[in-house]
Design a protein around this ligand. Structure first.
Ligand SMILES: Cc1cc2nc3c(=O)[nH]c(=O)nc-3n(C[C@H](O)[C@H](O)[C@H](O)COP(=O)(O)OP(=O)(O)OC[C@H]3O[C@@H](n4cnc5c(N)ncnc54)[C@H](O)[C@@H]3O)c2cc1C
Length: 583
């Protein structure tokens, strides 16, 4: 499948809609970034993704990651491509320059990440896990661990992996069993089995740095008894050179529906040497630094899949001749008209485009909040931005991936039977996109995180503040867009009233939160997309094509919030009344 990065839209979001330069000027870490640097990064990134990484997507799916005699290999071409992106400094794009990272803003790097995922989901996961592990090490590890590991991870010499899930412990990590025994030299011996570990072993890098959740002997039961350990595949000598093999092995690869080029490993830790990251029993909180990074990243996987689906489907729809257009022949010399002239096909294409562009805008917005939270000199600004990130990360993860998967299925529909067979690449996209709704915390768990911890836990205050920001911003739009403005304000008030209703009902029924969370998250997602569509069209009123796309969003997609609102308000009884033995 051919991939062309949507550079014009990416530049429009950065430079015009979110005025990146204005924000960067306020943050000393980014003050030196100019538009030439940004352009070069986007252009070079686009080239790398379409010329080097996308061509490995199909062959990577067909060959898959493999294990023979305990040695894991990635598909042909992956090691060379990984070397190229490592040499180009792409792995450490957002990393701390003090350890060899490029120190670029997240609102820019999210766009490169989207390109990577569009080009090749499986390949990108190795990069994403490395960046996320490096972020957690940077935030919580000792200086010594940082000095030893970060430069090698940012340079792409060593990769990272996240080891949490166990056979009996997935969403509920509080019941995990892997053990950590303290040693006289301050290291630990880690023993246990982790499953489903992305990039747990592979041949892309000379070392792999596992971040592993485990329990100390005196650990209290539950999530407050989990600590975090850095466990290298190959031990590192005091002079930084590689030493003996650590007792960490991949015993099997999972056979799975998609992302076949990504090695999903069963990992055995047999008294492996590890080093504590952060404080005893506070490992889950430290691991959340990595998890939150991966949640946004996996959300971006959804955007990448949606964009690739759209590009594939548009190409096909302009080429495939079937039937005559209802409004008169568009191709009178031919046997039939290209299917793009049928209104139903246009509905399928426009729905994908409307999701993709709003998702991209939302990713840039969340990237901006991350930059403000981490780098802005004003304390109040960082506190507010950090709250925004906490509130919006589960929305980004779940809404991007739900809409990304929907886009892939809609794209498949455009291709008809040719979307179901292998040749056109569309069925791989559907298979690859599906996992993003499941891993990194299922979308059901994301929705509960949003409603329970980020909304109800503070009486809805964070959400109310965010709604107010969207309303105030909306009121700045030109009167030319009065009907769209009205639609955004109505969506905001639907969301505000529903939030208030949920806060009031919360204590009355234990099942309310779980029954309402997914639909609530989708209402939040829709409201944000309406706000961002207005922002996108109002930033450049002369762009009448984008206005057409925005009108499609407001007219055809936003009204879904009314059905979702009614579903939430119908209460939990409708899903809880049927006794378990009647299922
Ligand atoms: C290809 C792949 C790659 C992965 N990569 C990694 C990795 O690199 N590292 C890692 O540690 N893990 C990884 N995972 C594991 C992944 O994160 C888990 O599969 C996921 O978090 C869900 O856990 P589970 O599969 O045990 O499902 P379960 O936790 O058993 O959940 C089953 C269902 O019950 C729902 N559910 C569970 N609890 C609740 C609740 N309290 N309320 C309402 N609903 C609930 C869930 O939403 C889900 O629908 C990977 C998984 C796959 C398939």
């Amino acid at each position: 499948m051919k991939y062309t990065a949507p550079l014009a839209h990416m530049r429009y979001l950065l430079n015009d809609v979110f005025e990146a330069g204005k924000h960067w000027a306020e943050m000393p870490a980014f003050a030196a970034i100019d538009s030439n640097t940004v352009d070069a990064i986007l252009e070079e990134g686009a080239k790398l993704c379409s010329e080097v990484i996308a061509p490995l997507n199909r062959s990577g799916d067909e060959e898959g990651a493999q294990i023979h005699n305990g040695i894991v290999t990635t598909p042909k071409g992956f090691p060379d491509a990984y070397r190229k992106i490592a040499e180009g400094g792409w792995v450490g794009l957002a990393g701390d320059p003090a350890y060899g990272g490029q120190g670029l803003p997240k609102m820019l790097t999210v766009l490169f990440e989207e390109m990577l995922y569009s080009a090749n989901n499986s390949f990108t996961l190795y990069v994403a896990l490395t960046s996320g592990a490096a972020l957690a090490i940077h935030a919580h590890a000792s200086d010594e661990l940082k000095q030893t590991y970060l430069p090698n991870m940012y340079s792409g010499k060593w990769a990272g992996a996240m080891c949490m899930t166990e056979p009996h412990a997935g969403s509920d990590l509080g019941i995990m069993k892997t053990k950590a025994e303290p040693q006289a030299d301050d290291s630990y011996r880690i023993t246990g089995t982790k499953i489903f570990i992305t990039g747990g072993d592979h041949d892309l890098t000379e070392n792999i740095v596992h971040l592993v959740l485990a329990r100390l002997p005196d650990a209290p039961a539950g999530p407050k008894g989990i600590s975090l350990f850095l466990v290298p595949k190959i031990l590192v000598n005091t002079d930084g050179s590689l030493g003996a093999r650590n007792a960490v092995t991949a015993s099997a690869l999972e056979h799975k529906m998609g992302i076949k080029g990504s090695s999903t490993c069963v990992m055995n830790f047999d008294g492996a040497v590890g080093y504590m990251v952060g404080k005893p029993h506070q490992g889950l909180a430290a691991m959340f630094t990595m998890m939150n990074y991966e949640r946004l990243s996996i959300g971006i996987q959804g955007i990448g899949c949606g964009e690739m689906s759209y590009q594939n489907a548009v190409r096909y729809a302009k080429d495939r001749l079937q039937g005559r257009a209802a409004h008169g022949a568009a191709n009178p010399q031919g046997v039939a008209d290209p299917i793009i002239h049928h209104a139903d096909i246009r509905r399928l294409l426009l729905t994908q485009r409307a999701w993709n562009e709003a998702s991209r805008a939302f990713a840039v917005y969340v990237g901006l909040q991350l930059d403000l939270a981490n780098y802005h000199p004003d304390h109040d600004t960082t506190v507010k931005a950090a709250q925004r990130v906490a509130l919006l990360t589960p929305v980004a993860k779940a809404f991007f991936t739900d809409k990304g998967f929907d886009a892939c299925v809609l794209g498949q529909q455009v291709l008809g039977g040719h979307g179901y067979i292998r040749d056109n690449g569309q069925e791989q996209l559907v298979r690859d996109a599906r996992i993003a709704q499941i891993y990194e915390g299922t979308n059901g768990i994301q929705a509960q995180d949003l409603l329970k911890r980020k909304v109800l836990a503070n009486g809805g205050r964070w959400m109310r503040d965010f709604i107010l920001e969207m309303e105030q911003d909306t009121l700045l739009a030109s009167p030319v867009f009065a009907s769209e403005e009205d639609a955004v304000l109505k969506a905001c008030s639907t969301l505000r009233e529903l939030t208030l209703w949920l806060v009031k009902q919360d204590k009355r029924d234990a099942d309310l939160c779980s029954s309402a969370a997914c639909d609530y998250l989708h209402i939040v997602g829709h409201t944000i997309y309406a706000w961002l569509w207005l922002k996108m069209i109002a930033t450049n009123p002369a762009d009448t094509d984008r206005h057409v796309l925005g009108r499609f969003y407001f007219g055809r997609l936003l009204p879904q919030i009314h059905a979702l609102d009614a579903a939430v308000r119908s209460g939990p009884d409708l899903v809880m009344d049927l006794p378990v033995d009647k299922f």
